[in-house]
Design a protein around this ligand. Structure first.
Ligand SMILES: *Cc1c(COP(=O)(O)O)cnc(C)c1O
Length: 378
């Protein structure tokens, strides 16, 4: 039996989505129906993103969106502001550098959401940036940043806003246009609960202008978004589309849109998880900005991540996540995103965790699964 995957992506894939993945394929270049199908999928994504901007689906996992944004917008020597309060935030700067940017980091406390006031003070002293990168949900640390305040602020200074929302879209509220996001980046395998393999992104008028009016042509092909400008009117894709993955994504997005308020479901579950963990005497890694899609918990004294992970898997057949870089062996994470964000699955996970801690003689002040049930019935 496959383990229950309670990781922050990839997430469990619903049977209907798996069936769509297995549908007979069509020729995406020659069958005109596919252009309509692709467009319908983009239209549904526009609804989720709350945008009228163009949305594109690219064949490649989430990281492709980050790289495509940098590749298409940045010209060598451009100044890029990298807003950094975590591993993904900092890493975004590396992609900007690969495409020749002069990167300036705005650093904020790694255990807290971005300090918007401090960012404003910083911009008052230096705002000569073509573009800024910011991460919506810092998946390793479980922190959601206030992109609703950050992006309008950046735009006030005339800076293009590129948001990595890979682990937030679908689970957190996203208002791309209202929040003045020029490019928002998402992936198929997180809260949308489709198979890993696709990126999707929005491109605002300002972003298109930056892409199309460069002085130096874009280097490369696969990350070059300018090639996509007229895909629909010309009925032409830069490369053969991942038909099966897009069938699955379409089904997954339909499932999400059928639900009246998935963000509320994520908010409620995540809050109950935090209450349970804290009641047990465990410590959350974030001090504020708690994510609705992933909870990051400090590993208590007397146990290692490997011990937690191994017992969860061997005794309970549940897979949770650790973290990497400076958080490696310091925290463990429960992903409650998309199809994983339901009371039954989270209950089983907390009950198993509770037993794992008892087995390893770690003091637990309250039964996590019991607190969780109480919180959910409030
Ligand atoms: C998952 C994720 C990505 C995609 O990267 P992978 O590590 O390759 O899955 C990008 N950004 C964020 C914030 C993510 O959570």
């Amino acid at each position: 039996m496959k383990p229950l995957i309670m990781t922050p992506g990839p997430t469990y894939i619903h049977e209907d989505v798996r069936k769509a993945l297995a549908s007979e394929i069509i020729n995406p270049d020659l069958d005109l129906n596919f252009y309509e199908f692709y467009k319908d999928t983009c239209t549904m994504l526009q609804k989720i993103l709350n945008t009228v901007s163009d949305v594109l689906i690219l064949s490649g996992e989430g990281i492709l969106g980050l790289e495509a944004a940098c590749c298409s917008i940045i010209e060598p020597g451009d100044r890029v502001l990298c807003i950094d309060n975590g591993i993904f935030g900092n890493g975004f700067g590396d992609f900007a550098k690969m495409y020749g940017a002069e990167v300036v980091y705005f650093k904020s406390d790694y255990r807290k959401a971005i300090d918007v006031k401090a960012l404003e003070d910083f911009l008052n002293s230096d705002s000569a940036f073509k573009m800024a990168t910011v991460v919506h949900c810092e998946t390793p640390s479980g922190i959601t940043n206030p992109v609703n305040e950050i992006c309008p602020l950046l735009k006030r200074f005339g800076i293009l806003t590129v948001v990595d929302s890979v682990s937030a879209i679908g689970g957190e509220e996203v208002k791309t246009d209202e929040w003045k996001i020029d490019m928002i980046l998402g992936g198929s395998q997180k809260c949308l609960s489709a198979p890993p393999g696709l990126t999707f992104l929005s491109v605002s008028q300002d972003a298109w202008q930056a892409i199309l009016e460069r002085k130096k042509p874009i280097t490369g092909f696969y990350c070059n978004l300018s090639l996509w400008k007229n895909w629909y009117s010309e009925k032409w894709f830069p490369y053969t589309q991942a038909v099966s993955d897009i069938f699955a994504l379409n089904e997954a997005v339909q499932r999400l849109l059928k639900e009246s308020n998935p963000q509320e479901r994520h908010r409620k579950i995540s809050k109950a998880v935090r209450k349970s963990v804290e009641a047990a005497g465990l410590e959350l890694y974030p001090l504020d900005g708690f994510s609705s899609t992933v909870t990051t918990i400090n590993i208590p004294q007397g146990i290692t991540f490997n011990e937690i992970n191994q017992s969860m898997l061997e005794d309970h057949n549940i897979l949770i996540a650790g973290a990497f870089a400076f958080l490696k062996d310091k925290v463990f994470r429960i992903g409650h995103m998309g199809e994983n964000c339901f009371e039954d699955k989270v209950y089983l996970t907390l009950k198993a965790l509770n037993q794992v801690f008892i087995k390893h003689s770690i003091k637990i002040n309250a039964a996590m699964h019991e607190v969780f049930v109480k919180e959910m019935s409030k």
